[in-house]
Structure formats: C-alpha cells, structure tokens
Ligand binder design. Structure first.
Ligand SMILES: Cc1cc2nc3c(=O)[nH]c(=O)nc-3n(C[C@H](O)[C@H](O)[C@H](O)COP(=O)(O)OP(=O)(O)OC[C@H]3O[C@@H](n4cnc5c(N)ncnc54)[C@H](O)[C@@H]3O)c2cc1C
Length: 404
C-alpha cells in the first residue's frame, strides 16, 4: 500500500495538530500557510481558556457545553503528546472567577443554575480526572458578599462564582507547536503561500486526487485535503461548490498580552455574559487583558473577510481604553498597569457559524455547538470551534484519514 499524501491548509492549532498526528502515523503531509511561520494567527493571540462549557451560559440547552467538553478535558494530555512539553507551568493555577455584570444577558440565578448543570455534566464525564486539575468532583461556588468585595467594589457586578476552569499562555504554546512542526521530518512546509483554491488534478488518472493552488504556484497531487484555514476556510469550500453554513460571522479581536516587572496575584476573571472583558493571570507575570467593545476591530459576514485596517497610530488609545474600562470594574488592574515590563496589542479572527450581537440574549453567537469536521469524499473542512477543541478534533480527523 502506498503512503497517502495529505495537504493541510492552515498552520494554526488545528492544522499543526492534524499534521503532527498524521506524520507520526507515517503519512506524507504538506502544510500551507500565508504567514512566514506556523501559529502566527488566532492560535497565537487568544486567551487560551481550556473550555469546560461554563462560558456558554446563555445557551441553556447545554449543547455548547456538551460539544466543547471532550476537547477541554483532553487538551492537556493531547497537547503534551504533540509538543513533548509539559504545559503545567504555563497554565493558570487557580480557579477562574466569573462575575455577572448588571447588563448580562443571563441573570445571576440563571447563571448559577447553568453552572450547576454543567458541573454535573463534567462530573459524569469519564475523562473528568484528565483535565488540568481533576474535575471529577466539579463544584461551582457562588461568592459570598465579602469574597466578591475582594475582587470588585463596582455596583455593576451583581454576583460572582468560582469556576474550576484553567487557561494556557498561548504565545508560549504557539512556540512549542511551531518547534514540534519544524522537528518533524515527515512534514513538508510551504509558508508565505496564500492558498487561493483547491481543484481536482487534471492530469491525474484518478479524479480523487487534489491540487492546491496558491500565490506561489500549484502543488500536488494529494490523496486528501484538510482545510483548516479558519477565516479563510469558507472561501475555499465555496470555490469547490460545497454548501456553506446557514449563517456565519468573522470578528477580528485584539487584546493585551502583558508581562509585569514583578509577580502579581490578581485573579483570573471573566466578566459575563455579553460584550465585557477578561483577565488571565498565567503565572504571576504574564497576563491577558481584554475589553470586548474596544478590542473588536472588524466584523464581516462576507465569505472571505477583508484584512482589518489597523491604524497603528491609535494603539496607545486602544491600550488606554482597555485598561480604563477594566479598572472601573476591577480596581486591582491598576497594579498590572503600574508594573508593565512588556505590552503587546495583538489579535486574530474569530470565525463562528453564528451571528448577532453579544448584548442580545437571542444572538446565535452565544452558542458554539455547530463546529467540527465536514467532508466531501477525500476533502475535509474543519471548523475548529475553539482553540481548546483543536487538538481533540485533529485526532478525530486523523483517525478518519489513517487510524492510529
Ligand atoms: C481574542 C481571542 C480570544 C480567544 N479566546 C479563546 C479562548 O480563550 N479559548 C479558546 O478555546 N478559543 C479562543 N479563541 C478562539 C481560538 O483562537 C480559535 O478557535 C483557534 O485559534 C482557531 O484555530 P485555527 O487553527 O482553526 O485557526 P488559526 O490559528 O487562525 O489558523 C489558521 C491559519 O490559516 C492561515 N490562513 C488563513 N487563510 C489562508 C489562506 N488563504 N492561505 C494560507 N493560509 C491561510 C492563517 O495564517 C492561520 O495561520 C479566541 C480568539 C481570539 C481572537
């Protein structure tokens, strides 16, 4: 039997994980990306929440929680297998605090009920002990008034909860994935190559072989194609005449990636649920900060979103606005601001087969349950859904091409 040849489009967490799984099963893999290196887009510049489903509390059917849960529980083990590196020292070490904002699309009691329902789902899952911390006895605690007052003195926050979710520092992990890809001899890489289409190879005897068309030429033949282009994915699917989802949105979001000069104990906080913000404290000195309304730089419902026009001259204004907005709700943010050693404003696209505004309780954007792999013969197209579901989906996909 000949070794199958697989073209993977996109070198984010989805494409790179799939490439590593397949190459280690002796598949010949070629990976394409428009950037000069792997993991330079959304998979580098995100918050790294390893989802257990708590964030999707406006989707009370639990369908989003059910779909993100297996990827979240398996994330650490899969990533460590793929990169050969422990993520322990780069993962938040205490529970997240979810704060319920006065203008949240879910009431505090609705949130509490949802959190208890998700905790039950987690406890019943056979992989619950494999999460970054053992969550086989997952419990959510509503903060008493005094405990809440230690996090915020703002009247805009009406309740708080302790949630056993963790997050990983994505810049660091991106470097580990990029190094693992480089070290894998069986993977051919084509960087600085913008994929413009995929077609059947005309000269091939079998019409099942594929050619990848790119800004630097045509490549192939390939037995399989995996489209993991994230914001670029629908355009290539559409070119092949494949069906598009009923609705979708592309949002370009920026956040702050900060290192402080001294360790700080600020908790990791999610202000829920709607267009609010987050803070992640990965290790005392590396932080992620976001304020959604300020960081949302572009929104598109086109099949292929146009690259956002980011005016570098307003970087300082965006940074100031993000800090100011967070400080109103979380006064301790001042200590991060006062101890900056490095700061970077960066971002990436968020694709979702959903749309609407986060301020609208009825927006489909509050649910994340339709993602996954679709296929047409030997062509696979992957909506990664979340960063934390990427490695798990990659393994499912690799199993379809070459069972391990
Ligand atoms: C601000 C922000 C916060 C987030 N927070 C979280 C979180 O806490 N937890 C979580 O689970 N998820 C989070 N996400 C979502 C997460 O980042 C994505 O779900 C995930 O990174 C998608 O991975 P991917 O490999 O599919 O896409 P990407 O990492 O974007 O990889 C796709 C690759 O395809 C390349 N590409 C695109 N079009 C073309 C083309 N035509 N030709 C060649 N190359 C092309 C790009 O350069 C890119 O390298 C967040 C996203 C953002 C932006």
């Amino acid at each position: 039997m000949t070794t199958p040849r697989v073209a993977i489009l996109g070198a984010g967490i989805m494409g790179v994980s799939t490439a590593l799984f397949l190459a280690r099963r002796n598949v010949h893999v070629t990976i394409f990306d428009q950037q000069a290196e792997a993991m330079r887009a959304a998979s580098r510049w995100n918050e790294g929440k390893i989802h257990l489903g708590f964030l999707y509390n406006a989707n009370s059917t639990l369908s989003s929680a059910r779909q993100v849960l297996p990827g979240g529980l398996g994330f650490q083990a899969l990533v460590e297998e793929l990169t050969g590196t422990s993520i322990r020292d780069h993962t938040t070490s205490s529970d997240d605090i979810y704060l319920c904002h006065r203008d949240s699309v879910v009431s505090p009691d609705g949130m509490e009920k949802y959190f208890y329902d998700v905790s039950r789902l987690i406890r019943e899952h056979p992989d619950a002990a494999r999460y970054c911390v053992d969550v086989s006895d997952c419990q959510v605690r509503r903060l008493a008034r005094q405990a809440l007052a230690q996090v915020t003195d703002s009247g805009e926050i009406v309740a708080g909860f302790k949630i056993p979710e963790r997050s990983v520092a994505t810049q660091w992990l991106a470097d580990q994935f990029a190094a693992a890809l480089k070290a894998e001899q069986r993977i051919e890489t084509h960087f600085n190559s913008r994929v413009t289409g995929v077609s059947h190879r005309q000269s091939a005897k079998s019409s099942r072989q594929w050619q990848v068309n790119s800004s630097v030429g045509d490549f192939g033949p390939y037995d399989y194609v995996v489209n993991a282009l994230w914001e670029g994915r629908l355009h290539i699917d559409h070119g092949l005449g494949l069906p598009l989802p009923e609705r979708w949105s592309h949002r370009y979001r920026q956040s702050l990636f900060v290192r402080t000069s001294t360790p700080l104990s600020h908790p990791s906080v999610v202000i829920a649920t709607g267009p609010f913000g987050d803070i992640k404290n990965y290790n005392g000195r590396d932080f992620y900060l976001s304020w959604y309304p300020t960081g949302l730089r572009s929104e598109s419902h086109e099949i292929l979103p146009e690259a956002p026009v980011l005016d570098k001259s307003d970087t300082d204004k965006v940074i100031t606005e993000m800090f100011d907005s967070l400080e109103v709700l979380l006064p301790e943010v001042t200590s991060i601001r006062d101890n900056l050693e490095q700061i970077e404003l960066a971002g990436g696209w968020v694709y979702a087969a959903a749309d609407g505004s986060l301020a609208d309780p009825a927006a489909t954007l509050h649910s994340r349950s339709g993602f996954g792999v679709s296929s047409s013969g030997t062509y696979f197209s992957v909506d990664t859904g979340k960063y934390s579901t990427g490695p798990w989906l990659a393994r499912c996909l690799a199993d379809q091409i070459k069972p391990g």
